[in-house]
Design a binder for this molecule. Structure first.
Ligand SMILES: Nc1ncnc2c1ncn2[C@@H]1O[C@H](COP(=O)(O)OP(=O)(O)OP(=O)(O)O)[C@@H](O)[C@H]1O
Length: 273
């Protein structure tokens, strides 16, 4: 059984059984967040006062029409840009008041990015690509390599450690990117249309990996246009015109039904080939 198959057949945790009533720590807390882009002739108000919390262990899909502010929000969460006003906490770190250097440090040490286009370095092997975020910190010892190998195994690439990206399929390259996103033990994995370039069978495999990571307690925040992808998350936050439009919990029953429906579709697709 492959890792993604193992994940796909793992039952989802039943949160109604949770007896621990302590408030969950927050991976991020957003309050009245605004972002304006000042152009020559006009000011674009891309985010107009967005507030929500993401507890550790949550799995949030961010949706919304084109221009609603998804990328802007993702850039702020990823410390790639600074808000115009409002507060943005990542764990205990207050992002809104940080200098560019401090932001760069948080970005490289505490955020895991997964992009639609994988963004792997072609000259490096799988295990070296997974270690890339550590290069910037000068941390490249045997311990770090062992951790990268462990992560490669986690995403089902234990037998591809020395392959280059060109020797891998799109789905395998995205697995490398997921492993790379975890090397710094991030506040959360920030995925931007992570399955946008993949066929439905591979999409299902990658989503199974995200399910598994989330079952292990990893926080995932994912921007997507696709309902089928969003319904795998525990929660769907919709933006509209730079504001929070809806914030919906996806019930365990719906998630299980969605996974079963998608697994069936994949099975039928594979049977046709
Ligand atoms: N760097 C920028 N300079 C000026 N305006 C910008 C910039 N980035 C985004 N915008 C504007 O801010 C608004 C929100 O854009 P954003 O890219 O966040 O939306 P989106 O929901 O991610 O859209 P899409 O789904 O098309 O990627 C849009 O009106 C866009 O034109």
């Amino acid at each position: 059984m492959s890792m993604s198959e193992a994940y796909a057949t793992t039952p989802l945790p039943n949160h109604s059984d949770e007896s621990n009533n302590e408030p969950k720590r927050l991976a991020t807390s957003i309050r009245k967040l605004t972002k304006e882009y000042v152009l020559k002739s006009e000011t674009v108000r891309a985010l107009r006062g967005v507030s929500f919390d993401v507890p550790e262990g949550d799995y949030v899909a961010i949706m919304g029409p084109s221009g609603s502010g998804k990328s802007t929000l993702l850039n702020l969460l990823g410390c790639l840009d600074k808000p115009t006003s409002g507060s943005l906490m990542l764990g205990e770190d207050d992002i809104a008041s940080m200098t560019d250097d401090q932001l760069a440090e948080i970005r490289s040490k505490r955020i895991g990015f997964v992009f639609q286009s994988y963004n792997l370095i072609q000259q490096l092997s799988v295990v070296e690509n997974i270690q890339v975020p550590l290069y910037y910190q000068g941390r490249l010892g045997a311990k770090e390599r062992a951790r990268a190998v462990e992560l490669a195994e986690l995403v089902g690439l234990g037998d591809r450690l020395d392959h280059r990206p060109t020797q891998l399929s799109g789905g395998q390259q995205q697995r490398v990117a997921i492993a790379r996103s975890l090397i710094n033990d991030p506040y959360f994995v920030l995925a931007d249309e992570a399955t946008g370039n993949l066929d439905s069978v591979t999409t299902d495999e990658i989503l199974a990996i995200f399910d598994g990571l989330n079952n292990e307690g990893r926080t995932i925040i994912m921007v997507t246009h696709e309902d089928d992808v969003a319904e795998r998350a525990k929660r769907i936050v919709r933006l509209k015109d730079g504001m929070l439009h809806t914030d919906e919990i996806v019930s365990e029953e719906r998630r299980i039904a969605v996974r079963a429906r998608q697994a069936q579709a994949v099975k039928e697709l594979l049977a046709r080939e």
